[in-house]
Design a binder for this molecule. Structure first.
Ligand code: FES
Length: 141
């Protein structure tokens, strides 16, 4: 896993989405209405417009172009016209930094396990304010 800084926790609207690009990969960093942080593919799978411009409803982020809503926990679109999930990336918080691993996208079941036979190291032991799972609650102190 290779976590890279996406933004500061304080950069994130609450709730809302922020556009980031990590190693050339477009990422939407999102604080949902419950205060949980997520990192998903930044571009809609239907026509590649930024999802960060869309409306947030609970843990669903709506594409601003045609209205497909993507589940922030699975990346799966909940309605047409999009039918292909967007990636969901592991996210962690260190201090005030939001870190995302764009090499570790999960499948649509939300699994963060490395594929069998992969040499990907296990998720490191997390400090108290850190989570390696999508949708982790974040308490700001
Ligand atoms: S561009 Fe997102 S649903 Fe069409």
């Amino acid at each position: 896993m290779t976590f890279r800084r996406a933004c500061a926790v304080t950069d994130l609207p609450g709730p809302g989405a922020l556009r980031a690009e990590i190693d050339g990969v477009p990422v939407a960093v999102v604080r949902d209405t419950d205060g949980r942080l997520h990192a998903i593919g930044g571009l809609c799978s239907h026509a590649e417009v930024w999802l960060t411009e869309g409306e947030l409803e609970g843990s669903l982020l709506e594409c601003p172009h045609h209205g497909s809503q993507f589940d922030l926990n699975t990346g799966v679109p909940q309605n047409l016209p999009a039918v292909v999930p967007v990636p969901v990336y592991p996210l962690t918080v260190e201090g005030q930094d939001v870190l995302v691993d764009v090499t570790g996208s999960t499948d649509v079941t939300g699994s963060t396990e490395a594929p069998e036979g992969s040499d990907t190291p296990a998720i490191p032991q997390a400090p108290a304010r850190t989570s390696g799972t999508p949708g982790a609650p974040v308490k700001e102190g």
